[in-house]
Design a protein around this ligand. Structure first.
Ligand code: FES
Length: 313
């Protein structure tokens, strides 16, 4: 991966727990252009690498992103929130795994921090004069980002859990029956996305109409992993204890093992190795069932059901 030095040009708190950062090149070089739905990898110091969607607008020389403060963060969001104007970070070139589809009509459905890529899409669809709407759902008005830029837009409907009954997101009403040549884009926390996608499919929307982006399980940034176990390396026979609050990858790196990795969130596949013995507890968002059945395993996010796991490392 190619890394570029970037400097924080602006930082504002969009809500008490969402920081909006604008990054520019630290040297005279230009940032590559990006399209709506793109994201970049960001690393603060030697901390973990995290993915953030670019929220647009596509201003030359600037990337704008929004960062949600994750409770009990182990470095990612906490370090990002601590950044000030003038601080430096490393970023990757933009990648777009969530592009706008070829469709006559577009329905954007955002939950919480999931607004970030959809906010960029909204701008691109408006500039293109395309038929589109955005439904933005948040727990409260005070926890919704970009409200100033959304509230007067007639194509945007805001849904807040704590406001008048009937104003909350209603998938049957807000998506309606399946229509040809219509693309639906969903982004938000896993539970929100599962809910929206399940309802959409129950309404008869075909999977090909549904477009999503997930940024991992969050395991790498929160102490949700449970159970201690031992990991053994087949090449040397070395064994390491993996505590309940550490990933296998963290333990390997701490012990000087040259293990591959990038995202540390179970979404890129860079850390995949083969399991030779033991019962893996897969917690990634990248491997298919057949790859798992074939022994593939992510060291950054997955764990073990068995007391020992032997890896082809
Ligand atoms: S480092 Fe990306 S999936 Fe593990």
């Amino acid at each position: 991966m190619t890394w570029t030095d970037a400097v924080v040009l602006a930082r504002v708190l969009a809500t008490p727990d969402i920081a909006v950062l604008e990054l520019g090149p630290a040297t005279g070089s230009e940032f590559p252009a990006h399209t709506a739905g793109a994201h970049i990898d960001v690393q603060v110091g030697s901390g973990p690498v995290r993915q953030y969607s670019l929220c647009g607008p596509p201003e030359p020389g600037r990337y704008r992103l929004a960062v949600l403060a994750v409770p009990n963060s182990r470095g990612g969001s906490r370090a990002m929130h601590a950044l000030a104007v003038g601080d430096h970070v490393r970023i990757s070139d933009p990648r777009n795994d969530f592009p706008l589809a070829e469709a006559r009509s577009h329905i954007l459905v955002a939950g919480g921090i999931g607004i970030t890529p959809l906010f960029a899409m909204l701008g691109e669809l408006e500039r293109a004069g395309a038929d589109h709407v955005l439904h933005y759902s948040a727990r409260t008005r005070s926890r919704a980002a970009f409200l100033d830029e959304l509230v007067a837009n007639p194509r945007v409907t805001l849904h807040f859990d704590d406001e008048a009954p009937g104003r909350q997101l209603d998938i049957a009403r807000d998506l309606g029956d399946p229509r040809p040549d219509t693309a639906i884009y969903v982004c938000g926390p896993d539970g929100f996305m599962d809910y929206v996608l399940g309802k959409a499919e129950a309404l008869g929307w075909p999977r090909t109409a549904l477009h999503t982006e997930r940024f991992g399980t969050g395991l790498a940034d929160s102490p949700t992993a449970t159970g201690e176990f031992t990991v053994r390396l087949a090449s040397t026979g070395a064994e390491y204890a993996v505590p309940a609050d550490s990933s296998i990858l963290d333990v390997l790196l701490d012990n000087g093992v040259d293990a591959p990795y990038s995202c540390q969130q179970g979404i890129c596949g860079e850390c995949v190795v083969r399991v030779l013995a033991g019962d893996p507890d897969h917690r990634d968002d990248v491997l298919t069932d057949s790859e798992r059945a074939d022994g593939m395993f992510t060291t950054c996010s997955s764990r073990a059901h068995s007391p020992t796991l032997e890896l082809d490392l």
